[in-house]
Design a binder for this molecule. Structure first.
Ligand code: X90
Length: 298
């Protein structure tokens, strides 16, 4: 059937065609919320969420609902950790060409860790190459980058071509979000005090975007979902959504995600929209009810 044929068709990237499918691999940290993809080898390097009692590894075995529930009733400090150099090298496996996507270097050490892993990997195996991509974002924007990598690989683009095309694509992607709480972000020093204090008031949510530096930029605050959803739509307009791909990740808030999808389709009838639950790391920081939207822009 089709699934058996496809992997042969893509046979590595450009110059390495004769060496077969194991030659190319997409790797991302678990902030991408992507556990597996079709047709191209893929691995996810997990971040971890830690209390003094317990460690949650953000892999496919994690029960996100249980973690979110546990942490709601937990009052002690919870921290997170990015993949270590060894975790990244494990994820690279034995691929000749690796495309490695990380959460923003503006908020995490994941990118630095991946860069060290790249150095070690290329020193140990001089014929292998790793292209590390700092997403300057989190969640659904990484998903868009991974989908584009997959498309370029299946299109038989060479390693060098992809190294040029992906940064160009990323100039045309963005991330907006709405959060009902920034408690975990604030407790871990990942947002300014200004933003943290805005959301201290019950019922107030913030709307914002990933800044060009890969940090949280607050654009609005509002009370209640009724106002938040049209504002998200306005933000998409303001940030030049091209009417094509949009990815909505949510923390146990599928209802709002569906409403957003319907609103978007009214203005952009040809949009390609997918809704999915966020995994551990993004659920921890975006918190219950949180919505992250990755989109393509002009
Ligand atoms: O290295 C680590 O321990 C991970 C730290 C990650 C901190 C930020 C995670 C943000 C997740 C929250 C809203 C979207 C913000 C996007 C700004 C670039 C998602």
């Amino acid at each position: 059937d089709q699934d058996d044929i496809e992997p042969i068709k893509m046979c590595g990237v450009g110059v390495a065609v004769a060496n077969g499918i194991d030659d190319v691999k997409i790797v991302a940290d678990s902030s991408a919320d992507v556990l597996a993809i079709k047709s191209v080898p893929y691995a996810s390097a997990p971040l971890t969420i830690r209390t003094t009692q317990k460690e949650y590894v953000d892999n496919d075995a994690l029960d996100v609902a249980e973690m979110v529930k546990d942490l709601l009733s937990n009052t002690e400090k919870t921290t997170t950790a990015c993949p270590g150099v060894g975790d990244w090298i494990d994820a690279f496996g034995d691929a000749k060409y690796v495309f490695c996507v990380t959460i923003t270097s503006g908020l995490s050490g994941s990118y630095n860790s991946a860069m060290t892993a790249k150095q070690n990997y290329e020193e140990t195996y001089p014929d292998r190459k790793v292209f590390v991509i700092d997403s300057l974002s989190a969640g659904p924007e990484l998903k868009l980058i991974i989908e584009k990598l997959q498309e370029l690989i299946l299109d038989q683009k060479t390693y060098e071509e992809i190294c040029t095309l992906i940064p160009q694509y990323m100039e045309h992607t963005g991330l907006i979000f709405t959060l009902e709480s920034v408690r975990n972000l604030a407790n871990n020093g990942r947002v300014s005090h200004l933003i943290a204090s805005a959301v201290g008031i019950l019922g107030i949510r913030i709307l914002g975007r990933a800044s060009d530096q890969g940090t949280l930029e607050q654009l609005y605050k509002c009370r209640g979902e009724k106002k938040a959803l049209p504002t998200l739509l306005k933000m998409l307009h303001d940030h030049n959504f091209n009417g094509k791909k949009l990815r909505i990740g949510h923390v146990f808030n599928e209802q709002a995600a569906i409403k957003i999808k319907d609103l978007v389709l009214t203005d952009y009838p040809d949009a390609n929209i997918e809704i999915y639950p966020l995994r551990g790391l993004c659920s921890f920081y975006a918190e219950n009810g949180g919505i992250l939207i990755g989109f393509e822009k002009e």
